[in-house]
Design a protein around this ligand. Structure first.
Ligand code: FAD
Length: 509
């Protein structure tokens, strides 16, 4: 039995929701992966009369496609979709059987309206928590539009293919044979990338808002809900709704919820925001802010949004190490998400730059997969909690180098080493390795504001206890501000403060 008893019991409940018959076409050989894949398919067939199976030959073996009877959908799984991809398989079965995907009708119509041929291939690892979103979005597109197909490829089952394409980060998506993108992407982001975004004119000439929130992470969502609950005209514009929690695996300190996952929390935030009369403008980036009669926020697409007050909640992003080689070899050995990309470095030598909590946690995590991990710390001591340091020091395949200033990440078509300077002796050293994970903290997303408002040396927006900035009517909240701590619950609290501050400002002005 390939599925454990409790998973099988859960699966049985899901399969009862199937609305029609599904034909699985299987391409199997005599190898171990094919045998396991067949065991999975046979188990599915034994659990639902709606699942039929047929042998065939697909582009990759082992693989199987999930189809409507008499009509191929283009949804194919190469390898075995267990681990994080098991949900993708279950959803594919349900959606191909006729169950509507949980996607806005507007987006469904957009996908159905796409003309042309789009053949997507996504390379994933079964331990990647960012991959299922991409796989599921591409599957939905394939199911809705006959011109679109998608094959999920488990990198572990197709190692040679992964190596020949130099894939060193997952998910990596190819479109019609050309590299299309890497990292987590929502359905809306994929649509925008293939040029099917809502028209920019949709955002122009909107009536002025009372409160316009810029940024759709925990701070922005909270600010928008608090503002809308005052019955005032509220808008929220976000480059990517959800923010950093979209890249967060386990969250155990969001008080009242003992454990959740980032994308799940982001989905709840979005749902909560949509319960109110809030104008949500997702996948739109603000590029400048200016105070005139109204406060004006210009978007990258050229539209100008006007508002009586604005709440900035643009959060933060991974800090780059900024040495030669980092940008050139991004996704070719330079990575930022150990949990996602770690499995692609199985048996290899990697470095982690940064000896804080995230760097040391990453090193411990990677040590279980890779041959050797070297931690490079700039300071004379690691900054991680001592319990993490003890754990790291106990590992036989981890080395810590302190006082190490990274000088260059070297490589040809992919990373082959790292050069650092010993800050005590001034000597230069080179370590041969295949991967570098950068874990040196975050930088606020405030560059786009230029000199318009007061920021700290680190670029954080300076706010008072009402969340007000130095420009009347402009408030800020969350990780983009000079708040002492950066956490989800703190961002949400400061979003609420800024919204109440903005409301107070509006009734006085
Ligand atoms: C890997 C990781 C794990 C973490 N784990 C935890 C944890 O377990 N518990 C915890 O409490 N915290 C955790 N955090 C921290 C937590 O995620 C942040 O404190 C929180 O997300 C900050 O929320 P925010 O809304 O201020 O910013 P963000 O979440 O960064 O959201 C910013 C928003 O602004 C948008 N944006 C940025 N620039 C623009 C622009 N120019 N125009 C329009 N929109 C823009 C972004 O797309 C996004 O929607 C973790 C962070 C990371 C990276």
């Amino acid at each position: 039995m390939i599925l454990e008893a409790d998973i099988k019991a859960q699966l049985a409940q899901y399969l009862e929701l199937m609305e029609g018959e599904v034909l699985i076409k299987v391409s199997a050989g005599n190898d171990d992966v094919s045998r396991d894949m067949m065991a999975l398919v046979d188990e599915l067939v034994s659990m639902s009369a709606n699942i039929k199976v047929e042998k065939t030959e697909l582009q990759r073996t082992p693989s199987f496609s999930v189809n409507r009877i008499g009509e191929d959908t283009g949804v194919t799984f190469a390898g075995i979709p267990l681990g994080h991809e098991f949900t993708s398989l279950v959803l594919a079965l349900l959606q191909v059987s006729g169950r509507a995907p949980k996607v806005d009708q507007k987006v469904i119509d957009q996908v159905k309206g796409i003309k042309g041929e789009y053949h997507f291939e996504s390379y994933i690892s079964l331990s990647c928590h960012n991959c299922p979103d991409v796989v599921q979005a591409l599957n939905v597109m394939s199911i809705l539009n006959p011109g679109i197909s998608h094959t999920m490829i488990d990198g572990a089952a197709f190692k040679e293919e992964v190596e020949s394409k130099d894939i060193m980060a997952v998910p990596t998506v190819f479109l019609n044979g050309e590299e299309f993108g890497s990292g987590r992407m929502s359905l809306e982001e994929i649509l925008a990338k293939i040029g099917s975004a809502p028209d920019a004119s949709e955002f122009a000439n909107k009536d002025p808002y009372d409160v316009l929130v810029v940024g759709g992470g925990p701070a922005g969502a909270s600010a928008a809900i608090y503002a809308a609950r005052k019955g005032i005209r509220t808008g929220i514009v976000a480059e990517r709704f959800g923010g950093q929690i979209m890249d967060t695996l386990g969250i155990e300190n969001f008080i009242s919820v003992s454990r959740t996952e980032g994308p799940k929390l982001a989905a709840s935030l979005e749902e909560h925001v949509k319960e109110y009369d809030i104008d949500v403008m997702n996948l739109q980036r603000a590029k400048s802010l200016e105070k005139k009669d109204f406060i004006e926020v210009e978007l990258e697409n050229g539209a100008v949004l006007k508002s009586k007050s604005v709440i900035l909640s643009t959060g933060a992003r991974w800090r780059n190490v900024g040495v030669p080689g980092e940008a050139e070899f991004k996704n070719k050995g330079v990575a930022y998400c150990p949990h996602c990309d770690g499995p692609l470095f199985t048996g290899k030598h990697v470095a982690v730059i940064g000896g804080g909590n995230s760097g040391v946690e990453a090193a411990i995590d990677l040590a279980g997969i890779v041959k050797h991990v070297t931690v490079l710390e700039f300071a004379s001591e690691l900054k991680a909690d001592s319990v993490l340091q003890d754990r790291l020091n106990s590992l036989p395949n981890a080395t810590v180098i302190k006082n190490a200033q990274t000088k260059e990440i070297t490589g040809t078509d992919k990373v082959n080493g790292i050069t650092y300077v010993d800050r005590e002796t001034g000597e230069e050293h080179h370590v041969e390795l295949q991967g570098v994970f950068v874990q040196i903290g975050l930088v606020p997303n405030t560059d786009w504001l230029g000199e318009t408002l007061e920021r700290t040396r680190m670029g954080e927006i300076v706010v008072d206890k009402h969340g007000a900035t130095n420009i009347p009517g402009v408030f800020a909240a969350g990780d983009c501000t000079d708040s002492a701590y950066k956490q989800i619950i703190i961002s949400m609290g400061s979003g609420a403060t800024a919204a109440l501050g903005a409301f107070d400002y509006l009734i006085r002005n």
